[in-house]
Design a protein around this ligand. Structure first.
Ligand SMILES: Nc1ncnc2c1ncn2[C@@H]1O[C@H](COP(=O)(O)OP(=O)(O)OP(=O)(O)O)[C@@H](O)[C@H]1O
Length: 356
């Protein structure tokens, strides 16, 4: 039995269907990210799990028990929102202790737990500071400590990093991930930032228009996108309009491309996707075998550890984005400069053939 199962969750606001039959199983210890564009319903889904919002229909099974009718407090979940929502008139330690219900516990025990949690998030030295005296990242660590203090069964994070600047966000990503693994607490995090989802989650649930478009490991979503939407949302992808000629063969404009066998019917319209880093770029005249074409280098952009190139490929009738090694502009005996002709190859096993 899964730790948490969502079954057929539906939700409308007025005439607008915001969640359209969400089915999802979450396993013990998992860190799951709900990812998707603005308005796809991810926050609404988190709020339904949390109990702040009620689904119109569907079940939320926690260890097999339907908790859909339980109020938020009775669910025993820890929640962290985008805005830290700390009490400004309480110190860091008092904010954390606030999350502990004194069911017979002595104030002394609450203070002890609060100190433990401060230690856990590396802020023991800041116990007596008020939120206004803490940085954004520190406030969010306190919010996390407060959510974790009562030992919740499930941790729900709603865009917890989006109010922070890039460097703090990157540090906190790693810290939250390490903490989650150490505690083994099942965590669901909402984010619209694909990098955040890919780097933190065991499993990414990509949502689109109130439905789950694809759920899988970050690697699966990146390497085996099942739809055009997934391919376009997760990472960058060159998309080539194609017609399926045979199992393992498509036509793009007047050229034929070999690809892995799929399950699209012959004659159907499809999109062939290839990531920029999988496009092979070689000096003009290099023999590259199947799926290779002449192309003209339009321009390059230097990013330090890599160089991105835009190529015009006449036979495919499309501009292709490719990644070159960092030294490609200056290295080698014939530097690649705009207008150079090159040969490119779209390796068969790097192509995703997606339904149109
Ligand atoms: N209480 C509400 N009343 C009416 N409409 C709502 C309410 N809450 C959300 N919506 C609408 O439901 C849709 C989904 O909202 P939701 O906040 O779940 O999306 P999201 O994927 O989290 O987007 P974002 O990343 O922008 O927060 C949106 O169109 C939103 O305007």
């Amino acid at each position: 039995m899964s730790f948490l199962s969502l079954r057929g969750i539906q939700k409308s606001f007025g005439a607008t269907r915001v969640l359209d039959g969400i089915d999802l199983d979450i396993e013990p210890g998992e860190f799951v990210c709900l990812l998707g564009p603005s308005g796809c319903g991810k926050t609404t889904l988190l709020r339904i799990v949390c109990g702040i919002e009620r689904a119109d229909s569907g079940q939320i099974l926690l260890g097999g028990q339907d908790i859909a009718g339980l109020p938020p407090a009775a669910r025993g979940f820890g929640v962290v929102f985008q805005s830290y929502a700390l009490f400004p008139n309480l110190t860091a330690a008092q904010n954390i202790a606030y999350g502990l219900h004194p069911t017979g516990a002595l104030a002394r025990e609450m203070a002890k737990r609060s100190r433990e949690m401060l230690d856990l998030v590396g802020l023991a030295a800041h116990a007596d500071k008020y939120p206004v005296q803490l940085s954004g990242g520190q406030q969010q660590r306190i919010a996390l400590a407060r959510a974790l203090a009562p030992n919740p069964r499930l941790l729900l994070l709603d865009e917890p990093l989006s109010a922070l600047d890039a460097q703090v966000r990157a540090t906190l990503r790693g810290e939250i991930r390490a903490l989650q693994k150490r505690l083994g607490i099942v965590t669901i995090m909402v984010t619209h930032d694909q990098e955040e989802a890919l780097s933190m989650a065991d499993r990414v649930v990509l949502m689109h228009n109130g439905r789950i478009e694809q759920a899988g490991t970050p690697d699966e979503l990146y390497r085996q996108p099942r739809t055009r939407f997934v391919a376009g949302f997760v990472g960058r992808m060159n998309m080539l309009p194609a017609t399926v000629l045979a199992d393992g063969k498509v036509r793009v404009r007047d050229s034929e491309l070999l690809c892995a066998p799929g399950n699209l019917s012959i004659g159907s319209q499809a999109t062939v996707g290839i990531r920029p880093e999988h496009v092979v770029v070689k000096r003009f005249g290099t023999e590259l075998g199947a799926n290779s074409f002449a192309a003209r280098l339009l321009d390059t952009e230097f990013f330090g550890n890599r160089t991105s190139a835009r190529l015009a490929c006449e036979p495919l009738g499309i501009e292709i984005e490719a990644e070159l090694p960092a030294d490609a502009r200056s290295g080698g005996d014939e530097p690649l400069v705009p207008s150079s002709m090159v040969h490119i190859q779209l390796p068969l096993n790097a192509l995703s053939v997606l339904a149109h």
